[in-house]
Write a protein that binds this ligand. Sequence first.
Ligand SMILES: [Fe+2]
Length: 530
Amino acid sequence: MLTNFRTLYAALALAFALGGTVQALAPGFKPSLPFSLPPIPSNLPSSPTGSTPAFPGGLPVLPSPAQWADARLNDYRPSKARLAYRGDQGMAVSWSTPKQLPLPAVLFGKTPSLLDRIATSTTSITYNTSTYYSNHVILDGLEPNSKYYYLPILGDPVKDVRSFTTAYTPGDTTPYTIAVVADLGTMGSLGLSDHVPPGAANPLTTGEITTIQRLTMTQTTYDHIMHVGDIAYADYWLKEVVLGYINGSIAAGPQLYEQINEEFYDEMEPLTSSLPYHVLPGNHDSNCDNSGYKNYTESICPPALTHFTGYNQHWNMPSDLSGGFKNMFHSYDVGMVHYVVYDTETDLGGGLVGPEDAGGSSGANDGPLTSGSAQMDFLRKDLASVDRTKTPWVIAAGHRPWYMAAKSSSLCTVCQTAFEQLFNDHGVDLVLNGHQHNMQRQTPLLPGGVIDPNGLNNPKGPMYILTGAAGHFDGLDAAKTPFPAYTQFVNDTLYGFSRLTFHNRTHLTHEFVSSKTGSVLDSATLYKQH
Ligand SMILES: [Fe+2]
């Protein structure tokens, strides 16, 4: 049956391309399909973990060709396309459809006019309260550092063709720049706007360029984007309803949650469909109760909106390639950099209880998601196996900081216990965090917060960057004064993000960029004698 589907989709590819020329199609063209997709079963399996194949019992029987109609086609129209690196010769392509795709497929090629290859999967998954299915397909056999065009199946062959560039091969010392955001929520009437209710701060000024807009305007200057946790802030439906910012009720929570998520993914689509977008979990990605706002507990969340369910279904990080787990922790290489992405919320191992674990500081019950010390085992193995001759730079990214100018109760000391010594033992160069909603750069630090006497000139300890000022409903957090002695820069009044430029094997520049103006608020170049 699978072969039949592949044959049929290949025929569809030809129908799209009309002999190999997508560009020749008229705007608004809707393909005349040579076959029909199966009817969608009414009792589709729910897949709360995201790991269950779309059709565990096997692919359904093909229907008659007459079942395809334009109205039906809209049920499969792709949106919210998103990418993630898979080595230097692959790319994970994901997108959303209102209905389940029997066989998700992506047409791709080296030019937009010749999408002459096709990749398929059987992963089209959803969960109870979601309004769409997440389709995940892997493209492989690609050339490193090469541009490809792609089109999710049944996308508009004129409007929906996107492109991406594959990663530099490990060891390639070509300079490049990435953008890093954290704590970035939905903009507009469901999130951050030019008016905020009491308790929120820093409304946008009229016409102010948001972080999403600035990143979109400058996207060609970045190789990829990292989002260091807290994505969309869908769980803010609760606070927004209680404060009267949006209409709704507690009972309508799941619908509002999904609405905010969908809005964010649509706002981000120009970025996520063109640049690999690597994510990690934050506390606002775990469940729907906004960390227990106004004493509401996780009991108001349906099971599908707990345990990072939507987060783990929506994205597709290369955990299977790197020994990681779902979208919770993974690693990847791009050129001269090894990125290791870790989870500060759950699964800290060693008997430690993460903030979002059962019994953790947030009061949630969303982890652990693995048994034993899976994350710490992964990190130890991953960091020990880095080939510094190929990837001299090692960048660690996790949501919660343990060094910052903030009240002491906000510091993630349990994270520090879990990760700090390991990062120092393996010469991690830079630690990226979010969670606190402002920008802070700390000087390189040795374990225990001891200031590295070398500063930026070949320190032994990592430099710590807090880049949590991307913007969401609540605005920005004031940094606590007086600042710790290790703090080198603070901005808590402007929205912004980080820009990292890897110049060569020894020099890296970190910049804080104002979303409003595009200007650089702070710049620091780290020298490491790798
Ligand atoms: Fe957070």
